[in-house]
Write a protein that binds this ligand. Structure first.
Ligand SMILES: NC(=O)C1=CN([C@@H]2O[C@H](COP(=O)(O)OP(=O)(O)OC[C@H]3O[C@@H](n4cnc5c(N)ncnc54)[C@H](O)[C@@H]3O)[C@@H](O)[C@H]2O)[C@@H](O)CC1
Ligand SMILES: Nc1ncnc2c1ncn2[C@@H]1O[C@H](COP(=O)(O)OP(=O)(O)O)[C@@H](O)[C@H]1O
Ligand SMILES: [Mg+2]
Length: 287
């Protein structure tokens, strides 16, 4: 199986042209963060901001706004109970990332329903964590209008969604499940584990991530990745290479920290991203 290599970062991450503005680097909406899981949406927000997203809006429980803004004043806030606000905001976005700390309560379901009913064809949807747990129970919650959909389950979340037990999650079985779940969409599966794999449903290609370490087995690490994936989808073409680059960069940052630390805190990993992206943007891809 093809492994992701370091070249992917130089190929995907572009040096920014002078004549550009925040609107060129993706308008992102993150939806998640219940009263219990405020940290998840903050860590996803930091992944998005530190990987270069142009504009970041966060729809979350109102309890989270002070913590969010004290860490990340760059992010705009919407109370996720504001249905009219959410319906108005979603069509203005390039990428919607939903599920980090969303929970499985009535309000969590309502947010997914609004996303499903409001999302438009040209938008990219990234679904993580609780969004996938909810969809596993009720497939009618899948936002089918979006042409490009990225799902980022860990193995247990994928077991719930695909009904494939972890030991039986072979490439063939995973592609079959993707075809059943997303018959008319261009879906990508980022199946997270200690060797994360990225699947392209349309081209039947799979790439495996050779990096990462057990210091990364820390709550919030996947929330951070979801934010990075959103950040990359907002800036670069939404395709297998871009997703693989996001996965690789996340693990590379984790490995850099792990060299000198026993554990890798997701917020520390995020903080390292701008420096790494700068390094890999230089040279090859001048605009
Ligand atoms: N600080 C926070 O607010 C955090 C909130 N979180 C949120 O908590 C909710 C529940 O998500 P969880 O993932 O904790 O719970 P889940 O119950 O969905 O899955 C976690 C369990 O799956 C099993 N598992 C098997 N293979 C695995 C693999 N390769 N990687 C990870 N787990 C594997 C483990 O036993 C693990 O305890 C989500 O909404 C999530 O976003 C988590 O992201 C953790 C941090
Ligand atoms: N032992 C490990 N080796 C490599 N990567 C790991 C390891 N443990 C966790 N990770 C990475 O950390 C992330 C965990 O994602 P997830 O379980 O969704 O975390 P959370 O929901 O707590 O944010 C994934 O990207 C996974 O690949
Ligand atoms: Mg997760």
């Amino acid at each position: 199986m093809a492994e992701i290599s370091q070249d992917i970062l130089k190929n995907v991450i572009k040096e920014r042209p002078s004549a550009s503005h925040k609107g060129d680097y993706g308008k992102l909406l993150l939806i998640g963060g219940s009263s219990h899981y405020g940290g998840a949406i903050i860590m996803a927000t930091e992944g998005a901001l530190n990987s270069g997203a142009g504009l970041v809006c966060v729809a979350t429980h109102n309890l989270n706004v002070t913590a969010l803004h004290s860490r990340d004043p760059e992010a705009m806030f919407l109370d996720w109970r504001d249905e009219a606000g959410l319906k108005q905001l979603i069509p203005q976005m390039n990428v919607i990332i939903c599920g980090m700390g969303l929970g499985v309560e009535q309000q969590s379901i309502k947010c997914l329903e609004i996303l499903r009913d409001t999302v438009q064809e040209n938008q990219t949807v990234v679904l993580d964590a609780s969004a996938l747990t909810l969809i596993a129970k009720d497939k009618t919650l899948i936002p089918r209008n979006a042409k490009k959909i990225v799902i980022t389950p860990h193995q247990m979340e994928w077991e719930r969604l695909s009904q494939i037990r972890i030991n039986y999650q072979t490439d063939a079985a995973n592609f079959e499940a993707l075809d059943n779940l997303f018959p008319k969409q261009n879906a990508y599966l980022v199946l997270k584990s200690n060797h994360t794999k990225v699947y392209d449903q349309m081209d039947h290609q799979v790439l495996v991530n050779p990096l990462g370490n057990p210091g990364m087995a820390t709550g919030g690490m996947g929330d951070t990745l979801a934010g990075i994936i959103g950040g990359f989808c907002g800036q670069f073409s939404v395709n297998l290479q871009t997703l693989a680059a996001a996965v690789y960069l996340h693990s590379l940052a984790g490995d850099v920290i792990f060299e000198e630390n026993y554990v890798v805190r997701p917020t520390k990993l995020s903080a390292l991203l701008p420096k790494l992206m700068k390094k890999y943007s230089e040279g090859k891809n001048k605009n």
